[in-house]
Design a protein around this ligand. Structure first.
Ligand code: HEC
Ligand code: HEC
Ligand code: HEC
Length: 196
């Protein structure tokens, strides 16, 4: 009897895991799948004892309210964020996970710094340019926001690919493209002003 209850519980948990990725099938799923947790979880699929967490293994709050909205009076997004960060302790030492979470925070700060730089360039572009030149810079800024999201996911899910290639390196690339596009627009305007 106890065994049946456990099986039912495990089946429910498994179904939750599946539902998460049905709704979050983009970077959230991929960053996890590419992480050591995701790889081990998939290798051990079907085994009785699994060592690595799936979505519900860390996102305790969302797992108890898998319907949308996940957050409300009982559990705020902020509370859920803390719960996800605390979940590591079930398997890792507090010292290790404090270090991991601090490193993630530093990575996010660096990403936010790049976004601030890009936002300043965009503000200048809005004053100085218009038409297709401005549209191009606006589009590049939207891409940079996407890079920042991938960075957050990479850091949250310990995915090197998302942290570096799709995260920081992609942010650097987008920032350079914005600088380049604004520089080009300025040169074109200067040329037009000098009547050449
Ligand atoms: C090892 C624990 C862990 C696992 C496994 C995990 N997550 Fe996360 N996830 C986190 C932490 C920690 C954060 C950062 C705190 C937060 O945003 O709640 C996060 C952040 C997120 C975010 C928000 C990112 C942002 O832009 O702020 C989404 C969405 C997400 N996870 C979905 C998923 C999905 C879907 C799965 C399963 C495919 C999953 N997570 C598996 C720990 C985990
Ligand atoms: C029915 C679709 C659906 C299911 C199932 C679902 N989510 Fe969500 N999730 C959403 C939507 C929509 C949002 C944004 C609105 C909100 O905050 O509730 C969201 C927000 C989140 C966030 C906050 C980060 C962000 O990008 O806003 C996390 C983390 C998250 N979900 C994790 C999970 C996990 C883990 C599961 C499985 C236990 C899960 N979700 C199941 C649709 C879903
Ligand atoms: C259900 C247990 C479980 C939970 C919860 C969990 N992990 Fe893990 N984690 C593992 C296992 C198992 C491994 C693989 C261990 C190994 O490297 O042999 C791993 C590996 C890692 C690695 C990779 C280390 C390396 O050598 O590459 C990092 C980083 C990590 N975990 C961080 C976290 C963080 C941060 C959280 C919370 C947000 C978390 N883990 C939650 C079980 C867990």
């Amino acid at each position: 009897m106890r065994c049946t209850a456990l099986l039912l519980w495990l089946a429910a948990l498994h179904a939750f895991g599946k539902t998460c990725v049905e709704c979050h099938e983009d970077g959230a799923k991929k960053s996890w799948a590419l992480s050591k947790h995701g790889v081990i979880f998939q290798l051990e699929a079907g085994r009785e004892r699994r060592r690595a967490p799936d979505c519900a293994g860390c996102h305790r709050v969302e797992a108890t309210t898998p319907t949308v909205p996940h957050y409300g009076k009982k559990a705020s997004r902020e509370h859920a964020r803390e719960a996800a960060q605390d979940s590591c302790r079930a398997c890792h030492s507090p010292r290790y996970t404090t270090g991991q979470n601090a490193a993630a925070q530093r990575g996010i700060e660096i990403g936010l710094m790049k976004r601030r730089e890009a936002a300043a360039l965009l503000a200048s572009a809005r004053k100085e340019t218009s038409g297709p030149e401005l549209a191009r810079i606006e589009a590049l800024y939207v891409a940079l926001e996407g890079n920042l999201r991938d960075l957050r996911l990479g850091l949250a899910h310990q995915s090197p690919d998302y942290q570096w290639w799709l995260g920081q390196a992609a942010l650097d690339g987008s920032l350079l493209r914005i600088k380049g596009a604004l520089g080009e627009a300025r040169r074109t305007r200067a040329l037009a002003a000098s009547g050449k």
